[in-house]
Design a protein around this ligand. Sequence first.
Ligand code: 26W
Length: 813
Amino acid sequence: MRTDATNVKMPSVEEIKKSVISKLRYSLCLEVDSATNADIFNALALTIRDYQLDGFFSTRKLQEKAKSKRLYYLSMEFLLGQSLRNNLMNIGLLQQAEHAVAELGFDFEHITAEEPDAALGNGGLGRLAACFIDSMATLDIAASGHGIKYEYGLFKQSIQHNQQVEQPDDWHSTHSPWLIEHHSQLMLIPLGGHIEESYDIEGNYNPMWMDWKVIVGIPHDYLVTGYGGKTVNTLRLYSAGASDSFDVHIFNRGDYLRAVGQKIASENISKILYPADEIQSGKELRLTQEYFLVACTLRDIFHDYAQHSSDITALPEAVAIQLNDTHPALAIVEMMRILVDEHRLDWSAAWEITQKTCAFTNHTLMPEALETWSVALFEKLLPRHLQIIYEINHRLLGEVAEKWPDKPHLLASLSLFEEGAEKKIRMANLAIVGSHKINGVAKLHSELITQTLVPDFYFITPEKFTNQTNGVTPRRWIQQANPGLAMFLTRHLGNGWVTDLDRLQQLKKLANEKGVVEEVQALKLKNKQALCRQIAFQQGVQLDPLAMFDCQVKRIHEYKRQLLNILHVIHLYLEIIESGHTPTPKVHLFAGKAAPGYAMAKLIIQLINEVAKTINGDPRVKGQLSVLFLEDYKVSLAEHIIPATDLSEQISTAGTEASGTSNMKFAMNGALTIGTLDGANIEIRDAVGKENFYLFGANADEITTHRQVGSHNRIDHNRDPIVSAVLEALISGRFNANTAVFQPIYHMLTNADHYCHLLDFDSYRLAQHQAQTDFLQQRQWHQRALLNIANMGSFSSDRTIRGYAKEIWGIGF
Ligand code: 26W
């Protein structure tokens, strides 16, 4: 046993081995001789968790002693992926563990591969939350994440007959070695019932929330070790269960089946993650989940606070709450309920505390993603919360009417209620009024929030609006995903870059040094070869690692324009058939999931697969063009694809992608970007230099104008022979004998084309052609790749979290 700089005891290889054997024996009832890879994974994870627990207790002591302000990060999604390698790296035990496993006679790669991805998220928003908790622990911030322990994460995707098929993702949450259940801390959450009007002895309105049923929340802690192992924070995930006492009540009435039914209904609350991304469904179970998360978390917050203060008015000095999109916005209402109904504070004192404590991040401009909930549904599930929302609205509109009597139009847009056939609650408006800061996730996005999404809120409270451009953690996205690059960086810069990514700047002076660019080139080739082996093994397809790897991996959505990419691939295909050659051989990789109810996105997946099948089977383009859709995109697959990419596709319609984060991961792993002026692409291009970025397409203003002009300005595809050839191929039966299959795509493109595929096609084609030509100059290409890496330092999530801490949470360093 040795002690590291932070006084945490570090075990030797021998000690790890011993502990693995002991965990096998005493926790899992197994012996090494009969253990499988999965058993070794579990025993090793339990071993590592012990070291994390030591760090957890010392962290808690330190944070209590320092009376640190605590940040609570509320999110319906945490897209963690695998944890073993990441935890080992952050604690500093990777090599010891590798040796220990080898000495036990197992292959470390096989052991890590046993771990199922924890896919408790849909995409960007959930993965951002996972990067943030890593950065908060690394920066020694007293923080915890709060989410739901879904039994089923995001569905597993397989491709059958070229189409997406969804299967349940049972990630074995009940026996994950990383989760520590705290049954003794279970909490009771009321739901349903009705309000009885009443007054207290002083005549104050004192409504009673009656006849609610009870859901039980059971916390589970996942330990989050910061880099270096000093700080160990928690991610607390709640699962839902039924309350025994409540059931007894119905059991006693002899209604056994109803009682069991209620139990199942309660457990269902944490059963499954909603697989929607950017589309809100308005389903009762989803609203219940959101409330469940918020109610459990607030009980924890008030409980923690009571441990060190009884002065509730000082809460904002000790606590900050960050709302990851509107999904947990009910925290504002639940906090008001606790302060007013339970702590008996008067409304304005309670409101001041709530506003000072809460802050809200918006992650999307897509109108269909903005949450609204039917008032009728709300009344059924949360009658007291509905009353509180009415009161918040009443006071807001009263103040606005008094302050701006000449601007009555403000009232309709600011109201927390949307009038119409069905009256609805606007969660974004609630989140904005209840928060002291509202931020977007990239400069352009934050600007569009104030200018187009909620201009009237910006008008009444401009000081609340701010930007915090997203970032990604270099621990997972460089050190873990790309160990070759990590070693290269450490060799040239020392290992400080892992926590100070701005040091990558120092690579710039190496860009002209002999041998360095060649090293970068060799690293990329190695990563491409590794990906080729994996694809050959999993999908039986041989790819040429010397070809240019052009990748688009993200949720499938019309605004992200995978369709533009595949239309261009069709064009390349037609061109090679006609001319017989291409400037440089290309491999086009796609991966991503479509929401199960999103027909157009699923059809786009089918198109990609059918085009891939046609192209890969055509001897005329063999060795020149390959296309592949990789099944079941997830964090662990991204870790293989991103380091093996030459060209990163970031081609959303300008003004639609809030930020994007894969754009950052690709660029910091030495891919060049082809992209639009959208989201964080703009800041990436500014950072890496415009000569190292393939820009194309209309900007956000031009898109707006184009849409306003509407049908008068429609692209006349008949006049462009390239576009008409592609569209003709789409419906000609070339890719599917049934010519009706892709008609909906053809129809969409030649009518509204809301995401402006055809408007940007020509500009995209030219940028693609330029990239393909430049790729022939391998030395220059990899020199530019090196400059991309060197300039990506500010896209570390450490920078982002420092920004939140300083400007939003009031947490200093
Ligand atoms: C209620 C259904 C639903 C679920 C998730 C609606 C909307 C969402 C998210 C807001 C979707 C999302 O993941 N947004 C992405 O957030 C990333 C992190 O900030 C950004 O980088 C992406 O641009 C944005 O699309």
